[in-house]
Every structure is written in C-alpha cells, then in structure tokens.
Write a new protein. Sequence first.
Length: 180
Amino acid sequence: MSELRIFDEGDSAQARLHTRDFDTMRRELDAVGIRFERWEASRPLAPGASQEEILSVYQDSVQRLMKERGLKSVDVLGMVPAHPQREAMRGKFLNEHTHSEDEVRFFVEGQGLFCIHKAGRVFFVLCEKGDLISVPDGTPHWFDMGPRPSFTVIRLFTNTEGWVARMTGDDIASRFPRVE
C-alpha cells in the first residue's frame, strides 16, 4: 500500500505525518507541487509483458500526460532482485540530486521510495502499483529501490536523452532511513 511520511529536514527520527490515505497523500504532495495520482490498466497484463504491451495497456493515460506536459519520450524500466547491477544502480539514485525536467514515473508493478527535499521537509513517498509521481524540475530528491529491487515503471521525459541528474552535494540522504 502506498504511503507518505513527512519529516522535518533536521529530524529523521520522527515523522510529522504518516498516512496511507490516498486523498491525504495527494493533498499534502500537491501543496508542494508534487503530482501524485493513480492510473488503472485498460486490461490485465500478463507476467513478463513486453514494453510495447505495457505501454498499450496505459496508452490513454500516457498520451494524455504527454500532451498535457509536453513530454517527448517514454520507456519502461524493470528491476528484479537478481539483477547483476542492482547495487550499482541503487547507489546511483541514493544521493540527493535534481533534474532540469520533471521526473515522471508510473509504477506498473512493485514499489520504490521517492524522498523529496522541499520546503524544509523531507517527503518519503512509497510508490506502488498504480501510482504516478511527478517530481518538479529542480527539486532535490533521491530514490531508494531497496537492496532487492522489484519494480517496473513507465518513465516519461521531455529530454529525449532520458535520465540526467545533477548531484546537489548535500549529504541529507545519508541521514534518513533507507529501504532495508
């Protein structure tokens, strides 16, 4: 189940808010400019579905968002616990960084933790199947897929080169809990 925990940026021990209520999550995230919504598949997906099959099942939602936001490319990324480069990939995302475009992710299956550093707070957003999150460009954040990642996401971009990060140099991510 999706979950939101909000911390003061200087206190990683005590969340000021902890909720699994979708409406509360959306309201809290919307207040700081983070888009959070749920999508439904147009039909069931078979295990091991191809990128083309996944995109066809979510075609209406993907096309709507691409048109609305001026997004230019889309792909599907999957991670499994046995992936030989899972540790290196996890490490790539664990440090606070920003992007020059919105980071838009839709969880087809599995889960991942987006940690967003904004307005003196840190928002832990555990995204699961059916969740779409859009972190605005320039917003410091990090992503934790855990030591045994298992997810498939649709990624949408304005930059056709895909994921490009700028590290902030802040060590805040190391002071907050990780998925273990």
